[in-house]
Design a protein around this ligand. Structure first.
Ligand code: ATP
Ligand code: MG
Length: 365
């Protein structure tokens, strides 16, 4: 299950700087499938220090982290839906994204041109969300007449048309569909096939300068602008410099800046959380690997991520929690202390479970 996040924002706010930092981090880590898919799509490993510890314990030949894909597209300006700037055609490139990352400029540098002439995050966010709403209105205005025909021809259920009309009304009132779903019970599941922008969860990235990164009050103020959505504060230029460094040097730089983790790591993590995802782990000589699942998934569903046949063939899962494994230092010791659990098909996976699945097919991690 690949998580894809589309990056949107006004032009010249640091989207590509962020994207470059993200994708160069990829090259540094390098060790996962399909690194580059298209020029503007980057696959980024989800940082997970547990994998390195597992790889050491199991003498794994490689480490395979979970991944997050980012898609960088052209900037949107006010009026994009009417063709201003480059228009809004390129939003098609992120129709399939699971979440949208709205990058907003919050750095001052007068040498960097701001398309609206001044740095004003609140109004920039308003511009972007309005354009996303307008793009959805365009989609619905095209879709509804088609649905009407299909309902008359009994090719589509009337409920779909009803939901589409309800969605259009929400959008025309200037509201995000995700907000209407949360507050007014609008059914976005039935709208899924239309790949609307504003049904997707938004994550806000505020691209700060040095002063802003140290300014807790300002961050609180910006966070409040977008709550309850998640806000990530980072300095894209600093992040781009960080990924040029060796990991130890980068960690040292972060510490000097009073940051515990890089903005990129934070963004990947927040993206994961926003979408209700988590990872479980497998470890062996071949590889130590993180696998992405949804929170609440059962052991057979998790097995199905490794191999589709494993879900049907599931017998049981041998599970040890990562923390126990680290505490006792080896599988043999964990076993000796009775901390290895045999779980059946109703077991709900927990984050950090280190798993070996027993299936009717072959014994396989
Ligand atoms: N945190 C920051 N502080 C200062 N300058 C920054 C910061 N982040 C990015 N910049 C600068 O802002 C400029 C625009 O960055 P970038 O090209 O990444 O923007 P963009 O959003 O991708 O623009 P476009 O929509 O035109 O593609 C660059 O000169 C970059 O160096
Ligand atoms: Mg760009």
């Amino acid at each position: 299950m690949a998580l894809t996040i589309g990056i949107v924002g006004l032009p010249n706010v640091g989207k590509s700087t962020l994207f470059n930092a993200l994708t160069r981090a990829t090259v540094l880590a390098a060790n996962y499938p399909f690194a580059t898919i298209e020029p503007n799509v980057g696959v980024v490993p989800l940082p997970d220090p547990r994998l390195d510890a597992l790889a050491k314990m199991f003498n794994s030949h490689k480490v395979v982290p979970a991944t997050v894909s980012f898609v960088d597209i052209a900037g949107i300006v006010r009026g994009a839906s009417e063709g201003e700037g480059l228009g809004n055609q390129f939003l098609a490139n992120i129709r399939e994204a699971d979440a949208i990352c709205i990058v907003t400029r919050a750095f001052d540098d007068p040498d960097v041109v701001h398309v609206a002439g001044k740095v004003e995050p609140a109004s920039d966010i308003e511009t972007i969300t309005t354009e996303l709403i307008l793009a959805d209105i365009q989609t619905m205005e095209k879709t509804i007449p088609r649905l009407e025909k299909e309902v008359r021809g009994k090719k589509t259920e009337a409920a779909v048309l009803e939901a589409a009309r309800a969605a259009l009304k929400v959008l025309e009132d200037g509201e995000l569909l995700s907000a209407a779903a949360a507050g007014k019970g609008l059914d976005t599941e039935i709208l899924r096939e239309f790949q609307l922008m504003t049904t997707k969860p938004f994550i806000y990235v505020f691209n700060m300068d040095d002063a802003g990164m140290q300014d807790a009050a300002r961050q609180q103020e910006l966070g409040a602008l977008v709550a309850p959505a998640e806000a990530v504060f980072l300095d894209a230029q600093f992040e781009a410099e960080l990924v040029e460094l060796e990991p130890e040097e980068a960690a040292e730089m972060l510490r000097e800046n009073g940051q515990e983790e890089s903005g990129l790591d934070k963004l990947a993590r927040v993206g994961f959380d926003t979408l209700g995802l988590q990872t479980f782990l497998t470890a062996g000589e071949k590889e130590s690997r993180a696998w992405t699942i949804r929170k609440g998934w059962t052991a057979p569903q998790a097995a199905g991520v490794i191999h589709t046949d494993f879900e049907k063939g599931f017998i049981k899962a041998e599970i040890v929690s990562y923390d126990d494994l680290m505490e006792y230092g080896s599988m043999a010791e964990v076993r000796a202390h009775g901390r290895v659990r045999m779980e059946g098909k109703d077991y709900v996976m927990a984050d950090g479970d280190v798993v070996e699945f027993r299936t009717g097919l072959t014994s396989k991690r």
